[in-house]
Design a protein around this ligand. Structure first.
Ligand code: FES
Length: 116
C-alpha cells in the first residue's frame, strides 16, 4: 500500500495541539490519517476508531481530550495513548489505532505512507 510520503513544517505541529489531517487514498476515497505532537515527538495514525470504523476527531483536527493526555474518539469516548495508539478506556479496550511511521528532521515532519 504505497502513497509515498507527506511532509509538514515542524512549526505547524504544536505540542498537544490540533492534529494535522491528511488523505490516505490507498485506504479509500474518504480515508484520512492524522499527525499529533505529544511530549515533543510526532505521532501519526489512521483516523479510524478501533471499535467502529469512524473518524476520531470531534471537529476537524480535535483529537485530544480535555486534559490533553489522551487521544479521544468523539463517537463513544474511547481513549488512546498518544505514544502507542493503544486503547486504554472504552469499547475498543485492548485494541489499538493503526500507527503510521513518522520522522522529523531539520524542521520537517515526514509521514511515511510508503512504509505503512
Ligand atoms: S466509535 Fe470510537 S469509541 Fe465507539
Amino acid at each position: 500500500m504505497s502513497d509515498g510520503v507527506i511532509t509538514f513544517n515542524s512549526s505547524d505541529l504544536h505540542e498537544k495541539g490540533d492534529g494535522l489531517r491528511f488523505a490516505m487514498p490507498a485506504l479509500g476515497p474518504h480515508a484520512t490519517g492524522f499527525l499529533l505532537r505529544f511530549e515533543g515527538k510526532p505521532y501519526a495514525y489512521v483516523n479510524r476508531c478501533a471499535h467502529v470504523p469512524v473518524e476520531l476527531d470531534w471537529e476537524h483536527g480535535k483529537f485530544f481530550n480535555m486534559t490533553q493526555e489522551w487521544i479521544i474518539c468523539a463517537t463513544h469516548g474511547a481513549m488512546y495513548a498518544p505514544q502507542t495508539g493503544h486503547c486504554v478506556v472504552g469499547p475498543c479496550q485492548g485494541k489499538r489505532l493503526s500507527p503510521i511511521p513518522v520522522s522529523e528532521s531539520e524542521g520537517v515532519v515526514t509521514v511515511h505512507l510508503d512504509q505503512f
